[in-house]
Design a protein around this ligand. Sequence first.
Ligand SMILES: *Cc1c(COP(=O)(O)O)cnc(C)c1O
Length: 404
Amino acid sequence: MSTREEIQNLYQQYVMTTYASASLALVRGKGAYVWDSEGKRYLDFLAGISVMNVGHCHPKVVKALRKQAGQLIHVSNLYHNENQPRLAQALVERSLKGGKCFFCNSGAEANEGLIKLARLWGSGQGRFEVITMRNSFHGRTLATLTATGQEKVQKGFHPLPEGFVYADFNNLDSVRSAISGKTAAVLVEAVQGEGGIMPATDEFMKGLRALCDEKNILLLVDEVQAGMGRTGTWFAWQHYGIEPDAFSLAKALGSGYPLGAVVAGPKVADVFQPGHHASTFGGTPLACAAGLAVVETIEEEGLLENVRKMGDMFRSELEKLVPKYKWIQCVRGRGLMIGLVLNCPAKDLQMSMQEQGLLALATANTIIRFLPPLNIDEKIVKRAASIIRKACRSFDKQAGVNKQ
Ligand SMILES: *Cc1c(COP(=O)(O)O)cnc(C)c1O
């Protein structure tokens, strides 16, 4: 097998440097653990950025993929396959009853689908604008990076597509004043992920629903990161007692097999008609077999309940660190989508955790983001907490770190 250096050199020579150079090459995963090319084991509290919600190589997912791969992988959407409507049914029954799904391959593509749906819906009345939030993240295609309310992802890619207007997250007045006769929809994350694990307030989400109803515009929720059980409900908007008109899914939906979806409620479920939208790979028998295995696993293993329990436990372990270190500001998040908010850059603490054997991710510069698999148990939470305590002690001692 290649060494870490050999793999790193191959990357340097042949792969575009769109990602900061990685310090690890991983070769194997099981449950909440991964192993690197040197044989070192890590507790994976990032789970492929909320993709491996049922853990690495879950036997049920592996079995479903193996079986379907030997039977039928792809037929195009010119022909029916049984898995696609079964998965659509499973998603709709758990979310927007009377709704329908469109399948694609990624989060950006799912959000692109939401945006196209909103534009087509509004086209009769000259409504095309989509209001998105500052500090949001919706993907890297031209439309979705424009929807993303962060200049750093847009720099160098102008001219950007028209029709996006920004408002402040958790500020209803800001959204209200962004609405015009051209507004078709509001697109929002119920918990901002890349923006720093920032949950929407109850008042904001309920207020958005009422505002969209009042102005007859669509409420769209990006559930790419927070969906599929991550926050303790199937979809994060379900915490707020409201329903969006449509929402997007990807990341955990296929447990690492690329799969995204637009789930539309009855109001907009039939907006797309033949010729309006398509994807060659969207909803293949293989991808949907993975999706079905994920839904069944979350249900059969009682993972929504487990997220609430383990989320509380892990959070209270992290809370204990807040009074101990001046450079820790607070803990925030929902379920097993948790951010440790620092007063200083978080990258070195991330690296310190990695050295001690735990993977997490520095986000929005000063936040450590934890997105562990949803089926972790008490023992794993304790082990993670112990590693994080060690990492904090060593980070605290590091000389020359700019800490307040
Ligand atoms: C990751 C993410 C996306 C983009 O998904 P890709 O599969 O990388 O295109 C969009 N929205 C949110 C909230 C995300 O976390």
